[in-house]
Design a protein around this ligand. Sequence first.
Ligand code: HEC
Length: 186
Amino acid sequence: MVGWVGVVGIIGGLWVAAPAAAGQQPSPPSDHPDSFGLGRPATTSEIEALDIDVMPDGTGLPEGSGTAADGARTWTRTCRGCHGPDGEGGTAAPVVGRDPSSNRSTVGNYWPYATTLYDYINRAMPRNAPGSLTAPQVYGLVAWILAKNDIITTEAVMDARTLPAVVMPARDRFVRDDRRGGPEVR
Ligand code: HEC
């Protein structure tokens, strides 16, 4: 275990675990009474590498931009092997298709926010190498998928300003959870 360093949690700030010396009883240091002598504050770059979430309103979207034509190039190289040349008919979930009666939840008939596409592709795709795409590549792929679903035009430029303004077909198929009396998770 010596030399092992890993991120252990995000509770009241981010801490990185480091091994305690063998036999040493952990006890909270006076300046960090909750840490039991373990770990150290994560560095800014360690936090930035994990802090990639994009909110429905677009908060967290990075600089950069892309069009469907840019996305088409990346799609052919990186995505079509699993999702098919036109975004459907591959072995993986289709990303094109708007028919609500098809019984398949797709970007075109189920996703309420276009910004989620950015977050999801940036975080999870390509499935065999998540995190490998640049911001302009992700914007291009988002533009390509939205254009294939006839949600934006093929010329539209997607960036941190335009993407949150895209109205998805499924936006009004969701209702706000207004229940009270329990934990409020939004
Ligand atoms: C190795 C195969 C593979 C590759 C390559 C791949 N994907 Fe995926 N993708 C998947 C699988 C499998 C799912 C379904 C994941 C799930 O449901 O958990 C998925 C899901 C998705 C979804 C969500 C579909 C939905 O409506 O639920 C999107 C969007 C997507 N991929 C985009 C991309 C893009 C863009 C690329 C290229 C950068 C890409 N994928 C490359 C396998 C792949």
